[in-house]
Ligand binder design. Structure first.
Ligand code: AHM
Ligand code: MG
Length: 335
């Protein structure tokens, strides 16, 4: 008899008991993200049709569509989490300040905050390339029932309770961890259901892909330049191969399945790197580590970086453990 894959809804219920003192709040949170992801997926899939449907008149259709989808995704995730009374605070790449949900409802007893990049890599939509949503979940540190404060969001990645991403690609997937491994679910668009398709995702032991925007090469730190030269040398079980989509979720997803390293170093123009610590790097780092990989700022574990501001940037290297360790040794040897 053929095996019927578990749905994401069933998986969430089955695994709720693995959390000590679980009240079901985290399960409801993941369920809400699942719901918003389906709504955003529907809209992202229609993006190529806006021209044909002619909704935008004489305006710059590509610019408008891209801007609108970022904001649309932000609105959908925030509405879903707020209206269903799931969390006490949300921080998003799309808003300068965090949103306090307690301040709207004095009875809000929720204990989780969510940090989210609602539509990462959205400039790729114009050219029909995959984009993603990235999210990170923490337990608040201030008392339950009071308005959330910045310190609830400025927690080290090692404090994350859950993290995940949605990839809107040739198929749509939701991949997440609650600290017990990484599981991936693929959406069957015909019936709008996510099915467990990638149980217990793990990086292969060896990787041979490096993913970096080499257009910035002249601005890279010496250690990264030396590492790239090392990857390009033909020797032993090398050479490596280069793959760069320019969409963090897609590049990391592929590397997790095939084995590889993603690099976004600091450059002269972006001395702190480009990617955001709290809602891009930390969640990808949590997933990476849970899948047996490693995530670093070149010198130390990303999840140990002490956050100072909500939209802080950080150099980011993540992927196969051995590859990231080698990159770190090149950084150390080439100051
Ligand atoms: P965004 O948050 O403005 O979408 O930028 C983040 C994206 C990542 O998805 C991607 O890995 C990176 O920017 C690509 O940057 P670049 O175009 O400089 O290579
Ligand atoms: Mg982003």
């Amino acid at each position: 008899m053929s095996k019927i894959n578990q749905t994401l809804g069933e998986f969430i219920i089955d695994h709720q008991s693995s959390f000590k003192y679980s009240s079901g709040e985290l399960s409801r949170l993941i369920n809400s993200i699942r719901l918003a992801a389906k709504v955003v997926n529907y809209e992202v899939n229609k993006a190529g049709l806006v021209d044909i449907l002619g909704d935008f008149g004489d305006t710059n259709i590509q610019g408008e569509a891209q801007q609108k989808l970022d904001v649309y995704a932000h609105d959908k995730f925030v509405q879903t989490l707020t209206k269903r009374n799931i969390v006490c605070g949300i921080a998003s790449e799309e808003e300068d300040d965090f949103i306090s949900i307690n301040s709207l409802d004095a009875n809000n007893q929720n204990k989780y905050v969510v940090l989210i990049d609602p539509l990462d890599g959205s400039s790729n939509i114009d050219v029909n390339v995959s984009v993603g949503t990235i999210f990170s979940v923490y337990r608040r540190v201030t008392p339950i029932g009071s308005p959330v404060l910045l310190e609830d969001f400025l927690q080290k990645g090692s404090q994350q309770v859950a993290a995940g991403y949605v990839i809107y690609g040739t198929s749509t997937m939701l991949v997440y961890t609650t600290g017990y491994g990484v599981n991936g679910f693929t959406l069957n668009p015909a019936i709008g259901t996510f099915y467990l398709s990638h149980p217990n995702m793990q990086f292969p032991d060896l990787g041979n892909i490096y993913s970096i925007n080499e257009g910035n090469y002249v601005h890279f730190p010496k250690g990264v330049k030396a590492y790239l030269k090392y990857c390009q040398m033909e020797e032993g079980d090398r050479p490596y191969t280069s793959r760069y989509i320019g969409s963090l979720v897609s590049d990391c997803h592929r590397n997790m399945i095939k084995g590889g390293i993603y690099l976004y170093p600091e450059t002269m123009q972006n001395p702190a790197g480009k990617l955001r610590l709290l809602y891009e790097c930390n969640p990808m780092a949590f997933i990476t580590e849970q899948a047996g990989g490693k995530a670093s700022n070149g010198f130390k574990r990303i999840m140990e970086v002490e956050p100072q501001t909500l939209h802080q940037r950080v150099p980011f290297y993540c992927g196969n453990k051995k590859m990231v360790s080698t990159l770190e040794s090149f950084m150390k040897e080439n100051p």
